[in-house]
Design a binder for this molecule. Structure first.
Ligand SMILES: *Cc1c(COP(=O)(O)O)cnc(C)c1O
Length: 261
């Protein structure tokens, strides 16, 4: 019997080994181990790749979701629509803030959120919808936006499995109030540890997320609200920055699926 590994990260990481070693040495000699220019350079290129105004490196995909919800002020008394078929973190981040996850069925053909069912679950306490672009497939971003504006709710795109996926040319993470992705080693862009990314097109929301990422601190040692430590390491950023150009842009075939249905 042959053991076929579910995922072998060896080939993609070995190909860049020399560059990774150089990046490590560079960070080591810089003596800057928290945020700084290496993280900012990575964020800038992520933003360009995704076509978003703001991209913030954070500690994990889970923290990316949590930070987005916090920046939107979602908490106790709020309901958040999310698919019943996803990784735990989507609902976990909602519950952690005292808000209530409301389960929405998924479409049996592509497993992304079914907006017809979302329409049955939306109510006066619904604050947001969190579509999960599962298995590298973008949801219908136009339909999502139409749904959100009709019901005046926020959109947080869980793109932990879909960085690089597009809907009619638009990247996931570029049309919601916030996008969130994960650089967990097995994800589309896999790091060498935990980290994630939050994106937004909105200046004010970006600023709020930026402050909450560092304990709600601004200026230094002044805290008007409680955030957390959601920072991403510059070492992780430097390593991921080398892999970013190799992330192929995948176009979703969701529309083709829809015509088959
Ligand atoms: C992986 C994943 C997350 C969480 O990301 P982490 O970086 O592991 O915290 C959230 N949502 C989905 C759909 C995921 O697949």
């Amino acid at each position: 019997m042959t053991n076929v590994p579910l995922l072998d990260l060896g080939p993609q990481n070995r190909a860049l080994e020399t560059q990774f070693e150089a990046a490590f040495r560079d960070v080591l000699r810089s003596n800057m181990f928290i945020m700084g220019p290496r993280l900012e350079a990575f964020e800038k290129d992520c933003a360009a790749f995704l076509g978003v105004k703001h991209a913030l490196g954070v500690s994990s995909g889970t923290d990316a979701l949590l930070l987005a919800l916090m920046a939107l002020g979602i908490g106790e008394g709020d309901e958040v629509l999310l698919p019943s078929f996803t990784f735990f973190a989507t609902a976990g981040s909602v519950s952690r803030l005292g808000a209530t996850p409301v389960w929405v069925d998924v479409n049996p053909h592509h497993f992304n959120i079914d907006l017809a069912d979302a329409a049955r679950k939306v109510g006066p306490r619904t604050a947001a919808i969190m579509p999960v672009h599962l298995f590298g497939q973008s949801s219908d971003l136009d339909a999502l936006q139409a749904f959100a504006s009709a019901h005046q709710i926020r959109v947080i795109e869980d793109a932990a499995q879909s960085m690089g996926a597009r809907w009619k040319g638009r990247a996931t993470m570029s049309s919601g109030d916030f996008g969130a992705t994960s650089f967990f080693p097995s994800k589309n862009l896999g790091g060498m540890g935990d980290s994630g990314l939050v994106t937004t097109q909105d200046d004010a929301l970006a600023e709020r997320a930026r402050i909450l990422r560092v304990h709600g601190m601004q200026p230094k040692y002044y805290h008007r609200e409680v955030g957390a430590n959601f920072r991403m390491d510059p070492l992780q950023a430097a390593l991921l920055h080398l892999k970013l150009p190799h992330l192929p842009v995948s176009y979703t075939h969701l529309r083709a699926h829809e015509t088959v249905l």
